[in-house]
Design a binder for this molecule. Structure first.
Ligand SMILES: [Zn+2]
Length: 199
């Protein structure tokens, strides 16, 4: 019963806060900012991070050059190693699952070859959109990352320290919501105060 309540609370936090939403409306998609939810239950800590892709990549359009494609791959690799992202204090936790996704145009590199045969050129839909450079100014992309930790001592952690600011200077602020079986809270992480306490 307790777990069901917690699951419901986390669901409300995530979806009312729009944290997992794919929407890129202005309220949610603030360049320079990110959102994090931390759900703590007996023996497990789940962290969900979303942030505009520009904070990590420097762009949000569909990659058109090899260096842009490499940049996406490199950023995903950094975020896929939890030790680059955060550390948990006060509980003995180890990572059990990581998932990092690039949502939106930045996650869809443009194919510039193969497409350009004559038959295709004759088709009506081979229009300017197809030939564009992919840099649609109004298109936004998000990076979403999820980390599931297993904790052997069943202690509620004291705090989480986030390491992203030094590595990604484009990221200036992370809004955090956390929930445990004994309480919940919120806070804002900044480059100069990058840890949140769960009490
Ligand atoms: Zn954007």
């Amino acid at each position: 019963m307790k777990k069901n309540l917690l699951a419901f609370t986390v669901f409300s936090l995530i979806y009312n806060g729009g944290v997992c939403a794919r929407s890129t409306s202005h309220e949610i998609h603030n360049h320079g900012a990110g959102r994090m939810t931390v759900a703590i239950e007996e023996g497990a800590v789940q962290v969900h991070l979303t942030s505009p892709a520009v904070n990590f990549l420097g762009f949000e359009y569909s990659p058109t050059s090899q260096s842009e494609v490499d940049s996406v791959v490199a950023s995903k690799a950094v975020l896929s190693s939890p030790e680059n992202v955060l550390s948990i204090q006060g509980s003995n936790c180890s990572i059990s699952r990581v998932q990092v996704s690039v949502l939106g145009p930045a996650g869809r590199p443009r194919v510039t070859q193969e497409h350009h045969d004559q038959e295709h050129h004759d088709q009506e839909h081979h229009d300017q959109e197809h030939h564009g450079d992919g840099r649609e100014p109004n298109e936004h992309s998000e990076i979403a990352a999820e980390y599931l930790f297993s904790c052997t001592d069943n202690q509620v952690p004291d705090s989480v320290n986030v390491h992203l600011f030094a590595r990604f200077p484009g990221l200036q602020k992370i809004e955090v919501n956390w929930v445990s079986e004994s309480g919940q809270g919120a806070g804002i992480l900044l480059p100069k105060s990058s840890s949140i306490e769960f009490r």
